[in-house]
Design a protein around this ligand. Structure first.
Ligand code: AVI
Length: 330
């Protein structure tokens, strides 16, 4: 797909935006195909419309949802060591850049001259890039609106004195891919980083079921709203007629598979239409909307090695809830 240059941001620090986003027909095609499967399912990347991004930010503030604040604390704690490990004059490429709070810590620590955020949510990408440009006037920013789970060739960028590329993938978003997809993603990240480049990746660690169940099914129901928003989004964008009130959020950790699963469960026998196609639901039938895989440090290092990385560093918190891995592309 050819990149469409995005309308220039009014903020001078933001150099350019590129839009590689798949067209709306892809959302429709993925929903129709997913709802036709024996186990109905919809890819989690479709959570993140404007409302979904807002709800995800609210999740990150929940007392039960430890990953965001734990990773942030780890990055603050290891910023100096990180800067020594990575060195100066880097191009910082961030996949799934979202709200970019963690990015600020890294940019400050590394004094990176070039930042390339890649995200599927264009509004968040533009707003947070503009905010970063205000904070770091020396920083060159090239925003890429794209689905980074698909192969993507980044445009060749400014002739700045760059010594190495650093791919930053925080938030344990890699957990939302199956292990096979995660491996394919890591191979892609290896290509993007290039020889000697670094992958800095946040990965949620395996832990007890009670902690994980609470993190994905909070008592205030914010995660439920986030999950159910997918049906609202289909109604809004794909002429759907889901009666959202007749579905409920279901989330649980499966220790045997080492992953959290999120589903939307039909409360009774019902039908819904999407773009004129009818889908039937039995009571208790679910749409599988997300997996969130958890990895021990050794499991993730093994995956990294299979993608061609040499695992060099891991930073964790005192309770060993979360890990930030530093890996060098061989
Ligand atoms: C974005 N991703 C890493 C989150 C997670 O923890 O898997 C998405 C999420 N789903 C429910 N709560 C948070």
């Amino acid at each position: 797909m050819r990149p469409q240059p995005f309308p220039r941001s009014p903020t001078p620090g933001v150099v350019r935006f590129y839009d590689f986003l798949p067209p709306k027909e892809t959302f429709l095609a993925d929903v129709l195909a997913g709802l036709a499967l024996p186990q109905k399912s919809i890819p989690p990347k479709y959570f993140y419309d404007e409302q979904g991004c807002r709800l995800f930010e609210a999740i990150c503030e929940l007392p039960e949802y430890y990953p965001t604040r734990t990773e942030m604390a780890i990055l603050h704690g290891c910023a100096g060591e990180l800067a020594r490990f990575i060195g100066p004059d880097v191009q910082l490429i961030e996949f799934g850049s979202g709200a970019q709070a963690k990015t600020r810590v890294l940019i400050e620590a590394l004094q990176a001259p070039l930042y390339v955020p890649v995200d599927i949510a264009i509004d968040t990408l533009r707003a947070s890039s503009s905010e970063l440009a205000r904070r770091f006037p020396y920083l060159n920013i090239v925003g890429i609106c794209a689905d980074y789970t698909r192969p993507l060739t980044l445009p060749e960028l400014a002739d700045l004195p760059i010594r190495r590329k650093v791919v930053f993938f925080p938030g344990s978003t890699i957990g939302n891919l199956t292990p096979a997809e995660a491996l394919a993603f890591l191979k892609q990240a290896h290509k993007t980083a290039g020889p000697g480049g670094i992958l800095l990746i946040g990965v949620d660690l395996k832990k007890d079921k009670a902690t994980l169940d609470a993190a994905y099914d909070d008592p205030g129901g914010v995660t439920a709203q986030f999950n159910l928003n997918l049906l609202h989004r289909i109604n809004r964008e794909l002429q759907g007629d889901f009666q959202v009130i007749r579905f409920r959020h279901k989330a649980f950790y499966d220790p045997a598979l080492g992953r959290v699963e999120m589903h939307l469960e039909s409360l009774d026998s019902q039908s819904a239409h999407v773009a004129g196609r009818r889908f039937d639901f039995a009571p208790g039938e679910t749409i599988h909307t997300e997996i969130s895989c958890k990895y021990s440090i050794a499991e993730f290092q093994e995956l990294g090695k299979r993608a061609g990385f040499s695992p060099e560093k891991v930073w964790t918190d005192a309770r060993e809830l979360f890990g930030v891995h530093g890996m060098v592309a061989a």
